[in-house]
Design a binder for this molecule. Structure first.
Ligand SMILES: Cc1cc2nc3c(=O)[nH]c(=O)nc-3n(C[C@H](O)[C@H](O)[C@H](O)COP(=O)(O)OP(=O)(O)OC[C@H]3O[C@@H](n4cnc5c(N)ncnc54)[C@H](O)[C@@H]3O)c2cc1C
Length: 343
């Protein structure tokens, strides 16, 4: 019996939730991605841990995801096994001590809203990040003056080298801007739970901050079309390009000055960057055949009937303009080395 057949039997026998022989584009946030053999959705930590043991026994490689809101998949790839943790949604909040324990699949926006309602500080800026707790810890997600590392106390994870459950303090996770020991592969593990400690604050104050963050997101974030948030780790993609091109730097300066004046004197708001995007393409003699980036920013790939090739065309163009200086924030997911998915 082939290893995937054995896995199928295991999943049936243990009543584990899964989808077989489908396309990643049906499951992924960005709606792009080739065939996949098994997408598995464990519903408890015990089910997950047993499943990993079985996958090890059958010699099957796998990848773990939350909402895939930071991941670009490839249409030509044939993927093997993905484990999605979004059904691990347990939350325990002790509002008197400010201690919050959340499983890896908990939706960060849901957790943030609960914390705000209970007067627990530190999550209010993160409402609107379409992450799970595991995915957010993995890359130290954050926005509007709130970052996961600021409220995190410890992480419980399944160590994939020893297959044991370990708890590690936040200080040992080496967090930096959009990075952690998990992302840098210094720890090979699945994040099962995060334990957070929040200070107390008047819920009304937190609610106001949360609403401000939501309003700002509406203004700056692509809403209409499937996307993965920021492509590159920068708050100002145009400024990053201008650093390398003197003439463009002048054009950008003049454009921003004109925008300021138009808004001040005539109330005309060009903050959605549609005009600046057109100017930038004209300046660099670039024309995309399709709509590949958001009107709100060049730094956001949108899937408007696009493919992974369109994604790479945009990424390579921006890389060229910025001398490859900016780290790519979105993750490109290849099929797993050594995984024989034709089995
Ligand atoms: C519209 C939009 C807005 C966004 N805004 C922001 C923002 O303001 N700030 C920000 O920081 N990010 C933002 N992002 C990016 C994205 O939401 C974050 O990167 C988020 O942390 C990804 O979480 P996820 O659960 O979807 O992880 P996934 O995309 O599913 O996974 C990302 C990586 O984490 C790993 N991973 C996921 N869960 C686990 C786990 N339990 N254990 C071990 N590894 C795991 C995966 O293997 C993968 O390598 C935005 C994305 C979108 C689409």
């Amino acid at each position: 019996m082939g290893k995937y057949e054995s896995l199928g039997q295991y999943l049936e026998l243990h009543g584990v939730n899964y989808v077989k022989d489908t396309h990643v584009r049906e499951l992924s946030w960005i709606k792009i991605g080739g065939r996949i053999k098994h997408a598995i959705y464990p519903e408890s930590l015990d089910e997950l841990v047993s499943l990993i043991g079985a996958l090890r026994e059958y010699g099957i490689f796998f990848r773990v995801f939350g909402n895939t809101s930071n991941c670009m998949f490839l249409n030509s790839e044939k993927y093997g096994v993905f484990i999605f943790l979004k059904k691990l949604r347990g939350i325990n909040i002790d509002s008197s001590t400010g201690i919050v324990v959340a499983e890896g699949g908990v939706n960060l926006s849901v957790l943030s809203r609960k914390a705000v309602a209970l007067g627990l500080k530190g999550f209010e800026g993160m409402v609107g990040i379409p992450a799970t707790v595991g995915g957010a810890i993995f890359m130290n997600a954050g926005s509007f003056d709130c970052e996961i590392q600021d409220v995190l106390e410890s992480v419980t994870y399944l160590d994939l080298d020893s297959l044991t459950i370990k708890t590690i303090a936040v200080e040992a996770l080496g967090f930096s801007y959009r990075s952690s020991a998990f992302l840098r592969k210094q720890i090979n593990g699945i994040i099962l739970k995060g334990t957070f400690r929040c200070e107390r604050e008047n819920p009304e104050v937190l609610k106001l901050r949360m609403e401000r963050a939501i309003a700002q997101r509406k203004e700056f974030q692509e809403k209409k079309t499937a996307n993965l948030g920021s492509l590159f780790a920068t708050k100002d993609i145009y400024g990053a390009i201008a650093k390398h091109h003197r003439g463009y730097s002048f054009v950008l300066h003049m454009y921003r000055r004109s925008c300021f004046r138009l808004k001040k004197h005539f109330g005309i708001d060009l903050s959605d960057n549609k005009v600046l995007n057109a100017i930038t393409q004209l300046y660099f003699f670039k024309r995309f055949e399709k709509k590949v980036f958001s009107d709100k920013t060049l730094n956001c790939f949108v899937n408007d009937s696009n493919t992974d090739e369109d994604f790479f065309e945009l990424v390579n163009w921006i890389r060229g303009l910025t001398n490859g200086e900016l780290p790519l924030e979105n993750e490109i997911v290849n099929s797993l080395e050594g995984d024989e998915i034709n089995d």
